[in-house]
Ligand binder design. Structure first.
Ligand code: SF4
Ligand code: SF4
Length: 208
């Protein structure tokens, strides 16, 4: 059944003095003279929230791996963790979770003691939808998405993230933002500056 909705009839005052029209103009005028809340990108840049889904990175072994998951997976996959290098345990769960698994190229190298380390980890981001399923699947909090979002380039090669790039992004992230609470905005003060006073004084992101 279709419910019929009728226009509210105007009363005499509204008809004579165009009250609705004046109310509409008042809103337009108010917005016209208020300060802008948009940013002048690329001259002003906001720091994306911590949970932003940007370029990927590999967190490195630094003694703060999620426990007991990390030790269990290291044991299960016979991995030799390397301090300062990727936490990856070569479990392929990220690749299995991905709707486009062929964008991953992952391999491990055997060491003399019979254990292994990750030796190849390439991601072709030209095929990636940035859905984050691979990140959710990683059992050792290695693969993550960073705040790096200015990723345009002149070559297709730049869209391939290799192990070295992933580790560099991971190290930078752990220094810059690992300790930061997970909030929508970088901090409540910065959000207030933007949305209440409209004066942008947000910290600059070092995207490297
Ligand atoms: S973000 Fe989605 S599409 Fe991209 S690699 Fe991860 S799972 Fe695959
Ligand atoms: S899920 Fe994590 S640990 Fe496993 S292969 Fe992918 S990045 Fe490495």
């Amino acid at each position: 059944m279709i419910k019929k909705v009728f226009e509210k009839p105007l009363n005499l005052l509204e008809t004579i003095f165009f009250l609705d029209f004046i109310k509409g103009l008042a809103v337009t005028f108010k917005q016209g003279v208020s300060k802008t809340i948009t940013t002048h990108y690329p001259y002003e840049k906001l720091t994306p929230p911590k949970r932003f889904r940007g370029f990927f990175g590999h967190k490195i072994v630094d003694g703060f791996e999620p426990q007991p998951a990390f030790d269990e997976w290291v044991e299960r996959m016979k991995i030799e963790p390397q301090k300062g290098a990727s936490r990856c345990v070569v479990c392929y769960l990220c690749k299995k979770a991905c709707p486009v698994p062929d964008l991953f190229e992952i391999d491990g190298k055997k060491l003399e003691n019979g254990k292994k380390v990750v030796s190849v980890f390439n991601m072709n981001l030209m095929l990636c939808t940035f859905c984050g399923l691979c990140v959710d699947a990683c059992p050792v909090d290695c693969l993550f998405q960073s705040d790096i979002h200015e990723t345009a380039s002149f070559t297709r090669r730049d869209a391939i993230l290799d192990l070295q790039k992933l580790e560099t992004i991971g190290k930078s992230w752990q220094q810059r933002r690992e300790e930061e609470p997970d909030r929508i905005w970088i901090d409540d003060e910065a959000r207030d500056v933007l949305w209440r006073e409209n004066k942008l004084k947000l910290p600059k992101v070092d995207n490297a």
